[in-house]
Design a binder for this molecule. Structure first.
Ligand code: PAF
Length: 197
């Protein structure tokens, strides 16, 4: 199969429009959600997605909603050009890389620099790490954004490493919901992760 340069889409509406126009042409769409810095594990997910759908969309978005202020968003690795190169060299290729700047509402109070979801501008505040579950905040909330709607997996998020990372599961569930609503894929492929994820 031919190699191809993926189209890079950063705008939510353009992404949805692309998906709808492809589906209208009878094509099925497979989504592989990632936070970038792609490795062989991601590539194997793309290959799996290729088996089940006509067109592949890889999203690259370091989701601030799943990082606590004390966690590692500020040092989360990224290599966008390297990622594109890896996807380009894949046989069969990837049609679209969805690379949004930001998927959250920062309202009027938020730090403008935080509008870029991959700007890694979340501060590191150790006191937040030791806060109780009820007052746990994510990088989004620390910036006093306008964002206030979360998808919760209420029972699952409380146990095991949810105790140590009280905002993690709702952050993942929220961003995955957003991605599903924007890309509107027929299927999505996730890595196996650990047991709780
Ligand atoms: O596992 C990941 O890489 C992330 O949690 C995901 C699913 C892309 C959501 O940000």
């Amino acid at each position: 199969m031919a190699k191809r340069d993926p189209e890079i889409i950063t705008d939510k509406d353009a992404m949805r429009k692309w998906s709808r126009s492809m589906r209208a042409q009878g094509k099925s769409i497979g989504l592989v959600p990632t936070m970038g810095y792609l490795h062989q594990g991601h590539i194997s997910l793309v290959k799996e997605a290729q088996k089940h759908s006509d067109l592949i969309v890889v999203s690259i978005y370091a989701n601030p909603g799943q990082f606590a202020p004390s966690e590692d968003l500020a040092t989360y690795p990224s290599d966008f050009q390297g990622d594109i190169e890896k996807l380009r060299s894949l046989s069969g290729g990837v049609y679209v890389v969805f690379h949004p700047q930001n998927l959250y509402d920062y309202g009027t109070n938020g730090d403008e620099s935080g509008k870029n979801g991959s700007s890694n501008s979340c501060s590191s505040r150790d006191d937040k790490e030791t806060r109780g579950e009820g007052s746990a905040v994510s990088c989004i909330e620390e910036r006093q954004s306008g964002h206030e709607t979360w998808v919760r997996v209420e029972r699952l998020e409380k146990g095991m490493c949810g105790k140590r990372r009280p905002i993690f599961f709702r952050g993942v569930a929220t961003v995955v919901t957003k991605l599903f609503n924007i890309v509107e894929p027929d299927i999505a492929i996730f890595g196996k992760k650990d047991y709780q994820q």
